[in-house]
Design a protein around this ligand. Structure first.
Ligand code: SAM
Length: 275
């Protein structure tokens, strides 16, 4: 599909007076080549519904529209709306802009019950809260078909971490027990305007199969307890979860081990035994 000629993003920002707000965690991406690479991470988006959270002036939004997606973009900052309306006009019927706080919206309802890909470059605190929410809940597969999200590099490494590493923890287990999570692309801080203090990376997650007989709530409870005291042996850190220490023994998992040595599968087995 041919893309309309659009003014450079920097010009749009200057025209609409969109100085980056620190309070809203605004660090914008302008490099169209980089943005096209990010939009390509979920695979072919032609005619697919995409939820973009935090489009800002619309750099990633443009790339998603160029890739043929049908985009619903949720932006909290009303200053960005005129720039986004210009994009709505440039791609008629392909972009819907909603002003609001993504943390307060029901995304499945917003997307009309259709499976959707999520792409987002969010402030890190909002990104982590949404990520945990998208990965949670008993219903699986989720309404989303993939999550492609920018994080602080250190957080991205924690999400994709393997057991036995210092990055491995609660986020890794929650991201990997019924989904595949990988660190898809590192993004240098200099790619952003203004540049943040730390490096960033994009995580790509796709849902996998739900292990049978496991409650997500129980798995969350176990990881919270186990990694809440990650230096302690499991028999100590899991004391507060009724039945957990006995279940370790039943499963042949040494209770002297620490949380960070348990594989995602072992956490799942433990949660199943307690569900
Ligand atoms: N996507 C743009 C880019 O890559 O250049 C902007 C990225 S900027 C890091 C994050 C954007 O998320 C900002 O425009 C900010 O206003 C918006 N935002 C922050 N919190 C939000 C929330 N809770 N709901 C929706 N948008 C939010």
């Amino acid at each position: 599909m041919p893309s309309p000629d659009l003014p450079p993003l920097r010009e749009v920002i200057a025209r609409h007076g969109l100085s980056a707000s620190k309070a809203l965690g605004q660090n914008f991406l302008f490099d169209e080549h980089l943005l096209d690479r990010i939009a390509a991470l979920p695979g072919d988006l032609t005619d697919r519904p995409v939820l973009e959270v935090g489009p800002g002036p619309g750099g990633l939004t443009r790339a998603l529209l160029r890739a043929g997606a049908r985009v619903t973009a949720v932006e909290m900052d009303p200053r960005c709306l005129p720039a986004l309306v210009e994009l709505e006009d440039a791609f008629p019927g392909r972009l819907r802009v909603i002003q609001g706080d993504a943390l307060k919206l029901d995304h499945g309802e917003l997307m009309g019950g259709e499976p959707f890909a999520v792409l987002s470059n969010l402030p890190y605190n909002v990104g982590t809260a949404l990520f945990v929410r998208w990965l949670g809940g008993e219903a699986w597969p989720p309404a989303w078909t993939s999550l492609t999200l920018m994080f602080q590099q250190e957080v991205a490494q924690r999400i994709a971490a393997r057991p036995g590493t210092s990055a491995y923890g609660r986020l890794a287990v929650l991201a990997q027990w019924r989904a595949q999570a990988k660190l898809a692309m590192k993004v240098h801080r200099s790619a952003f305007t203004p540049p943040p203090k730390v490096m960033s990376a994009i995580v790509h997650v796709e849902p996998g199969t739900m292990p049978e007989g496991v409650s997500a709530r129980m798995l969350e409870r176990l990881t919270e307890a186990a990694f809440g005291q990650r230096r302690k042996m499991l028999r100590q850190s899991l004391k507060g979860v009724p039945g957990a220490v006995a279940a370790l023994e039943q499963l042949g998992i040494d209770s002297q081990r620490r949380a960070e040595t348990l594989t995602v599968d072992e956490f799942t087995q433990l949660a199943r035994a307690l569900t």
